[in-house]
Ligand binder design. Structure first.
Ligand code: ADP
Ligand code: MG
Length: 727
């Protein structure tokens, strides 16, 4: 009996099996049946030829319009040239020294043609295409057209070596031998959701009798992908929830209460609600695993600080993990500032209910580091802020109760668990992950499916206006001069200005990119940090303090640059994307991003989040030489058009391949998500998540669902393989 694991060789023979393996990496019956058609051609519908792109390998359905043969001019031999049409556009097919093609390609006949799109003398052509004419055995052209009219033809992702129709034949052979494969989706769910079974869906997706049946089958296969993935995520949530953790609760008159009384503002409704939610989760004997998402400036830090305070009250410690040194420093400063005397326990003027805050980064001086490690080890530091240096073995906590991860997208699941392993007596710390990258809910459900999700949707006190403009230097070179003039005005008005560059620009990356030279005049427009800072100091910003900030500076130099910027001795900061996340300077009113087209939509949004944080309205300039109408320019226009992060993250997802967006930890799922699109299939994912949660609650090890178990294992294995590939 042919099952999904059967090798293709047994069904299709050695030669074909080898071809499928080589061209498309399909090795088993399951692989082939999961190689779904990309689209269908039906009822005499022809392919729109105007949509073809140069150099693309295409499979088109067209009608032969005319055919001719001529001798070659400079050589012996002949060329057969056929013109095919979709009813409006035309495409030329050429064959060298194959005179017999002229007899086969009779005008009026329709068929599938496959090849690479090229251009010859301004006309689109396929040179030596592969083809299959419809109704090959039928003589009469009208008859052929009619026969074809009843049929729905699947068009497969194909390769030059293996045209779509050959794949279709293989699939047909395999389908004919397929019995009733075990279905990962339980029968009861199929009934409830009115979905066809697996065998039926596979037949319908590959050989639909009516197109509606193909859509229905696709829907079911999409559901299946979501369901299998969500089952794994539900299992992870459940096993986390079953782990032991220490209960952590604030005490009356303790740090949290005192902190609340000294906060210089009132918490927003959302901050309060979330705070309650987190407090009650911390007070259970199982670890919290929560994702907190909220726009830049939504006030996530204070929510985290309140959670940390509750943990300190309970006698435990909290660690805040930041993605960069700059951010760690800033968190350290802002937490100690917010806590005031509450951060100086044991010191003169320190509060008795307070604690100490320690900072650990990779490059701090040995003495300071030793002192910090000691404070952490004996438990004097209740709050520890740091970069991934916190993950190192020497960092021993006295009693780690809570891990807060800021800006999750820079931290993988592995790092989260490295910290989790640092808690005492086999218990797990509670985990709070914060992200300012707005994630559409279904993406969050997929990517962060092992976390519970909360959203902080209101921004305290609103934000100042920020207007964003695209500055096309090629078309309007003088706009850039005006931009620097504006930078000067902002600085002179006491505001701060960020200038962001994609590169640092020292010796090490001279090979990187050609410097911009818009008009080819040999006059280069500097676009790297060091170079641009020099140019600005010497030219348009003469007399104004200009500092640089980038990843290769020593920590002291970084600190000094930030301090100069904050205090205003250097109101202009030329930086790389180190300023991307979390930096909070309320007087920053302007940002100039050079070569803005080099950044992604989400990244630009994050960068722009650095300005308009206080009550000073902001202006953001996206400098680019991307031509109008290009995808890069469109992206910039989208960023200029809205400040709504959720909307932009949709744009981002639609523009990029989803696999890229899902990021390192998730990219392994790319191949198990063939049909599913996390944006489009919101409802499917939601249903699948609900159903999977119920199934897993009743059968955690999936012993009663062997087919599901197998499918889940395959997804997990695929992810691990991907992870190993990356390591
Ligand atoms: P993010 O969510 O981007 O991390 P922050 O936590 O840095 O935002 O907060 C942004 C600014 O808003 C900070 O200066 C913070 O002190 C301030 N803030 C936070 N909560 C409130 C509030 N409820 N009312 C007024 N200001 C607040
Ligand atoms: Mg923040």
């Amino acid at each position: 009996m042919t099952g999904f694991d059967t090798g293709l060789r047994a069904v299709l023979g050695d030669k074909t099996a080898k071809a499928l393996a080589k061209a498309l990496d399909l090795r088993t019956v399951g692989d082939l049946l999961r190689h779904y058609p990309r689209r269908y051609v039906q009822r005499g519908e022809l392919t729109d030829l105007s949509a073809l792109r140069e150099d693309e390998h295409v499979t088109v359905v067209v009608r032969v319009q005319e055919v001719s043969r001529r001798s070659m001019r400079n050589r012996r031999g002949s060329i057969v040239e056929a013109i095919v049409t979709d009813g409006t556009g035309e495409l030329t097919l050429t064959f060298f020294n194959q005179a017999w093609r002229e007899r086969e390609l009779v005008p009026g006949r329709m068929g599938l043609f496959a090849g690479k799109v090229g251009t010859y003398r301004g006309r689109r052509q396929l040179a030596h295409p592969d083809y299959q004419l419809f109704g090959d055995h039928v003589q009469d052209v009208r008859e052929a057209a009619e026969e074809y009219a009843d049929e729905i033809i699947p068009v497969y992702p194909a390769s030059e070596k293996l045209p779509s129709w050959r794949i279709a034949k293989c699939v047909q052979l395999v389908l004919d031998q397929l019995g009733d494969p075990p279905d990962p989706v339980p029968a009861q769910i199929l009934r409830q959701r009115e979905l066809p079974g697996l065998a039926e869906a596979l037949h319908a997706v590959h050989r639909p009798r009516r197109i509606e049946l193909a859509w229905q089958a696709q829907h079911r296969l999409r559901y299946e992908e979501a369901f299998v993935l969500q089952t794994e995520l539900a299992r992870r949530r459940l096993s986390t929830a079953a782990l032991p953790a220490m209960r952590r609760a604030a005490v009356p008159g303790g740090l949290l209460e005192t902190l609340d009384a000294t906060l210089p503002f009132t918490l927003t409704e959302g901050q309060r609600r979330l705070g309650d939610e987190i407090a009650s989760e911390l007070d259970t004997p199982h670890p919290m695993h929560r994702l907190l998402q909220g726009e830049v400036g939504a006030g996530k830090t204070v929510v985290a600080l309140r959670a940390m305070a509750a943990v300190v009250d309970s006698g435990g410690q909290a660690a805040l993990l930041a993605p960069t040194e700059v951010l760690a420093q800033q968190h350290y400063r802002s937490l100690t500032a917010m806590l005031g005397p509450l951060a100086q326990r044991g010191m003169l003027g320190g509060s008795e209910v307070g604690t100490r805050v320690a900072l650990v980064t990779g490059s701090m001086p040995a003495a300071a580091r030793r002192e910090a490690l000691l404070d952490i080890g004996v438990g004097d530091a209740g709050i520890v802020v740091g970069t991934h240096a916190l993950l190192e073995e020497q960092v021993q906590f006295f009693d780690l109760g809570l891990v807060v991860v800021d800006e999750q997208h820079r931290f993988g699941v592995e790092q989260r668990s490295a910290l989790a392993a640092k808690s005492r007596d086999g218990t797990r710390p509670h985990v709070l992950v914060m992200t300012a990258t707005p994630i559409p809910r279904t993406v969050a459900m997929t990517v962060f499916g092992d976390l519970e999700i909360s959203t902080l949707s209101d921004v305290p006190g609103g934000r100042a206006e920020v207007s964003t403009h695209v500055v096309p230097v090629d078309e309007k070179p003088h706009f850039l001069d005006r931009a620097w003039q504006r930078v000067r005005e902002e600085a002179e008005a006491g505001h701060r200005v960020y200038v962001v560059c994609p590169r640092i620009g020292d010796e090490a990356d001279h090979t990187a990119a050609e410097p911009a030279d818009p008009d080819g005049s040999g006059e280069r427009r500097p676009t790297a940090v060091l170079e641009l800072a020099e140019t600005l100091r010497a030219g348009p910003l003469q007399g104004i303090g200009v500092e640089v900030l980038h990843g290769r500076l020593t920590p002291e130099a970084k600190d000094a640059a930030m301090a100069g910027f904050v205090q205003g001795t250097a109101p202009v900061l030329v930086a790389t994307t180190v300023v991307e996340v979390g930096i909070d300077v309320p007087t920053a009113s302007m940002m100039v991003i050079t070569d803005a087209d080099r950044f992604g939509v989400s990244q630009l949004h994050q960068l722009r989040g650095r300005i308009g944080r206080g009550d000073v309205p902001g202006v953001c300039l996206l400098v680019t030489d991307a031509p109008p109408g290009s995808p890069a320019r469109e992206r910039l226009n989208a960023v200029a058009a809205t400040r709504n992060g959720f909307e932009l993250s949709r744009v981002d997802l639609e523009q990029r391949r989803e696999g890229d967006v899902l990021g390192a930890a998730q990219s392994g799922r790319r191949s198990s998500l063939k049909m599913l699109k996390v944006i489009r299939d919101e409802e499917v994912i939601r249903h699948a998540r609900d159903d999977a949660t119920v199934v897993v609650a009743g059968d955690r090890d999936l012993t009663e669902h062997p087919a599901l178990r197998k499918a889940v294992d395959a997804v997990v294995e695929e992810q691990q393989a991907e992870y190993i590939d990356k390591a």
